[in-house]
Each structure stands twice: as structure tokens, then as C-alpha cells.
Design a protein around this ligand. Structure first.
Ligand code: UDP
Ligand code: MG
Length: 317
């Protein structure tokens, strides 16, 4: 039996892009069906992430036009990660495999062929990895590289240069559904599920139209969220830093006492002020990091829903 594929596509204010890329997704489904690799009941599942433009109207029109298109709409904007999660959870009981991909044409749709091949060869997760970032600005490349390095340094297992373009089997998704955290960072969470996984390399293109929703501030927030959701290494580092400063100050105390005994008074209040304010600063940073974790716990214990679906194109039919 051929597997049923659901392509899960988060969309936020993408009215300029969607009419162009929707054709490419349909073409891909059609060729994969023709090649006998997937079943014709495969679908393109758009997730409208509370768009303020005509994105949802376009999705509804597409669903009426061709049975391969379908869509769900979130009651409000919840961000890319939650939109992908909503789509995956919607798809998990209806298909054998899902591929999540952005709707802006940046990720090479043709890599899907190899992803499906890898699945047919026994892989349950196939990560789409960007082999080149030529189309990204130097700044984006530089910050992205730093991001992956920092994530790994902090103990979060993330596939280098993999974003959220990945194939996941429904078997993995069913296990993944037990990961109930509210702070989600999908690319760091899927490796935790385990199962056989591989990577497929592709070149990243430029956005077909519209603008990126990820300026530097949001990227930094995502990196910070990713680290604190997946690792407690920063807290351990605080302990290490505290120990290091304590040893330094102990050496300072011994040195001052020795100097006092030798009759040489320790002069220089400026250095004292510098040290005190330095330690004050370090303490505040440490408090901030701890606070971030406490904030995360606060959000987790509320068990609020991670997404709320307000409409489905299926229900309109
Ligand atoms: N997106 C979303 N919700 C948001 C922001 C973005 O669903 O709040 C979608 C967006 O429509 C796109 C994908 O997430 O399909 C990636 O966003 P974008 O292309 O802006 O990010 P970049 O590729 O620049 O990192
Ligand atoms: Mg993009």
C-alpha cells in the first residue's frame, strides 16, 4: 500500500505568496502520485495562523477548486511553531507521513522526492538540511550559524542548518503527541522522539514574494526559547560562574590579609567599586536566566491549549 502524505504548510499573511506556491505544492503531489510513491488521497494542508489579510479566503477557494487542498484556521496568531504543530496534530490520524514546509517557496519543494524515498527505505524522520545559504544575507547567515552553534553548546540537540522542513511518519507523530509542553521548539524536540532518522540536503531559495516574519529580535527570542525549553545547561553555568567568582574573591581576601599583615594597606576604592558593580551585574544576569526558567514553568503549569482551531475547510463542504 502506498503511503498517504500530508504536506503541512503554516501561513501568516501570505496572500502574495500563496497563489504562486499553491500550484507548486499541487504539482509535487501529482508527480509523486504518478510516480506511484504516494496515494492519491494525499493532501496539502494549509494552516492559517490568524492572518489579517486574505490568506484564509485564498485557502478556502483552493479547497473548493481541488480536493487535494484543505485548510484549518487558528483562532488567532500563535506563531510559526504552534501553527506547524496544529497542522501536524490535525494530520497525524489521517495519513502515514507528513512533510512540514514554509509556504514562501524558500525551501526547495523538489527535496520532497528524496524525503519520501528515505521514508520508503525505513526512515521515520527525514530532516531537510540547507546545504547553501547563498540567498540569505551575510548577516542572516552569520546569526543563523551562531544560533545552531549556541544551541549545541547549550546541550540542545539540533540538526545543523535544519529548520522546520522535515518529513515525519504518523508513528513518530503519535509518540510526539505525548510531548505536552507549551513552549515548543520543534526542531529540537523531534530528535528527542528517536526512531531512525536521516537528512536530505537542499538549496535555500529567496522568498517568492512578501516579507520575512522573522526579524533579528524574533530570531533571538526563538533561540532563547529553544535553549531554555530544551536544556538546563544555563543554570548549571550559573553555578559554575558563581563558584569561579567565589574562588576569585577568596584569593582576593587572602591577598588583602597577607598585605595587611605585611603592613601594606590595600589601596584603590575604584577597583572595589568596579568589582562590586561587576558582581552585581553578573548576579542580575543570573537572576534573569533563573527568572526565564521560572517564567517557563509558570506557562507550563497552566496547561493552556497550544492552538485553537476555529475553522476547517472540510466543514464547509
Ligand atoms: N508564519 C506563521 N506564523 C507566524 C509567522 C510566520 O505561520 O507568526 C509562517 C509563514 O507564513 C511562513 C513560515 O512561517 O510560511 C516561515 O516564516 P518566514 O518565511 O517569515 O520566516 P523566515 O523564512 O524568514 O525565517
Ligand atoms: Mg521564509
Amino acid at each position: 500500500m502506498k503511503p498517504v502524505l500530508y504536506i503541512v504548510i503554516p501561513c501568516y499573511n501570505e496572500e502574495k505568496v500563496l497563489p504562486i506556491t499553491c500550484e507548486l505544492f499541487l504539482e509535487k503531489i501529482t508527480t509523486l502520485v504518478k510516480k506511484n510513491k504516494i496515494d492519491n488521497s494525499s493532501r496539502i494542508l494549509f494552516v492559517n495562523d490568524g492572518s489579517k489579510d486574505h490568506t484564509w479566503d485564498i485557502i478556502c477557494e483552493l479547497a473548493e477548486k481541488d480536493e487535494h487542498y484543505m485548510g484549518i484556521s487558528q483562532s488567532r496568531n500563535r506563531g510559526h511553531q504552534n501553527a506547524v504543530l496544529a497542522g501536524l496534530m490535525e494530520a497525524k490520524d489521517k495519513c502515514d507521513i507528513t512533510i512540514s514546509i514554509d509556504c514562501d517557496g524558500q525551501d526547495d519543494i523538489n527535496a520532497m522526492d528524496e524525503m519520501v524515498d528515505q521514508y520508503l527505505d525505513g526512515s521515520e524522520i527525514v530532516y531537510g538540511v540547507r546545504s547553501k545559504r547563498d540567498t540569505d544575507t551575510f548577516f542572516k547567515r552569520f546569526t543563523a550559524e551562531g544560533f545552531y552553534k549556541l544551541m549545541n553548546l547549550m546541550g540542545a540537540e539540533v540538526v545543523f542548518n535544519h529548520a522546520d522542513y522535515r518529513l515525519v511518519s504518523s508513528r513518530v507523530l503519535k509518540e510526539f503527541a505525548n510531548f505536552e509542553e507549551v513552549n515548543i521548539f520543534l526542531r529540537g524536540m523531534f530528535p528527542l522522539v528517536g526512531f531512525k532518522s536521516t537528512s536530505v540536503y537542499y538549496e535555500r531559495h529567496e522568498r517568492i514574494a512578501g516579507e520575512s516574519h522573522y526579524p533579528l529580535s524574533k530570531m533571538l527570542a526563538l533561540a532563547f526559547d529553544g535553549i531554555t525549553s530544551l536544556s538546563i545547561k544555563p543554570i548549571r553555568m550559573i553555578t559554575g560562574l558563581g563558584g569561579f567568582i567565589a574562588i576569585l574573591s577568596f584569593i582576593g581576601v587572602v591577598w588583602s590579609v597577607v598585605m595587611a599583615i605585611l603592613g601594606k594597606t590595600v589601596t584603590g576604592w575604584a577597583s572595589m567599586v568596579c568589582i562590586i558593580s561587576f558582581i552585581g551585574g553578573v548576579q542580575l544576569i543570573c537572576l534573569g536566566v533563573l527568572g526565564e526558567y521560572i517564567g517557563k514553568i509558570y506557562m507550563e503549569v497552566k496547561h493552556r491549549p497550544r492552538y485553537i482551531i476555529s475553522e476547517r475547510t472540510e466543514e464547509k463542504k
